[in-house]
Design a protein around this ligand. Structure first.
Ligand code: NAP
Length: 254
């Protein structure tokens, strides 16, 4: 496996992801948008999933304008989606492509920045549904179609506050701790069994709407842009990470 330094500087070939089918959640904005564009640029057919169709359409247009492989749009709201919706998604992907080579579970919400003693139950439920339960349900439903690929990579999205508890990060931090645990558990279960590998990526401080919501007084010019942290994403979704399983990888070093 590459070192952390090598991963954040990783540069794959221009056709690194050629012929791969990659599903990206939260593809309409922030890190998910940059990842969808980077994957398409590297030759993948990207399925753009998210809740705001107008944003997904903009990303679609951007990818087509760059002469990359035509993407697809799959509107889905992770707050309201039920297991049967993910089953339907699995059937749709199977019918269209016969397999899935990559799943980037990127969509997430911040919730409240407040002490747990004051945390609202409705916000807790929403954050846990989107950031944890939906991630599990989607991955479980898509596993059979991922298993049809001879090299499938599942990448969950974690955070530094999901590794070390920090005050006032509430359900967001706890959901990311759950993601770390889910990756370790699931990766151990698939280890040496088939061709699916499961890892987590920690973007680190990145200039997006979510970061601005968490740190409203911060100057975003001092942060990495989503485009700057793409090397780790390309590494994990591409063939050079075969054999990497159960890892929680940093996309940048602060
Ligand atoms: P962002 O700009 O707020 O983007 C989040 C994406 O998730 C948006 O596309 C959003 O869709 C989508 N989303 C939210 N709720 C959804 C729902 N119910 N159903 C479907 N899609 C939904 O945030 P980001 O910074 O790019 O975050 C991406 C991931 O990185 C998250 O998992 C976050 O926890 C993680 N992360 C970010 C940082 C950072 O510094 N930025 C650091 C550590 C971890 P809409 O566009 O429709 O709202």
């Amino acid at each position: 496996m590459l070192t952390e330094q090598q991963i954040i500087q990783y540069q794959g070939s221009t056709d690194l992801l050629k012929d791969r089918i990659i599903f990206v959640t939260g593809a309409g904005d922030g890190i998910g948008k940059a990842a969808a564009c980077a994957f398409a640029q590297a030759g993948a057919t990207v399925v753009l999933a998210g809740r705001t169709v107008a944003k997904l359409e903009q990303v679609y247009d951007q990818i087509v304008a760059a002469n990359c492989t035509q993407p697809l749009i799959y509107p889905i709201d992770l707050e309201g989606a039920k297991p049967e919706d993910y089953e339907q998604l699995a059937v749709a992907l199977d019918e269209q492509f016969g397999r899935l080579d990559g799943l980037l579970l990127n969509a997430g919400v911040l919730g409240q920045r407040t002490p747990l003693s004051n945390y609202r139950q409705d916000v807790w439920d929403k954050v846990m549904q989107i950031n944890m339960t939906a991630q599990f349900q989607m991955t479980q439903a898509l596993m059979p179609v991922l298993e049809k690929s001879n090299d499938a990579s599942v990448v969950f999205t974690t955070s530094s506050v999901g590794r070390q508890g920090r005050a006032f990060w509430g359900a967001y931090a706890i959901s990311k701790f759950a993601i770390e645990g889910m990756v370790q558990t699931w990766a151990a279960e698939v280890d040496g069994v088939g061709s699916v590998r499961i890892n987590a990526i920690n973007p680190g401080a990145t200039s997006t709407n979510m970061r601005a919501q968490a740190y409203p007084a911060e100057n975003p010019d001092h942060l990495k842009t989503p485009e700057q942290i793409m090397p780790a994403y390309l590494f994990l979704l591409g063939p050079d990470s075969v054999g990497v399983n159960g890892q929680s990888i940093n996309a940048q070093i602060r």
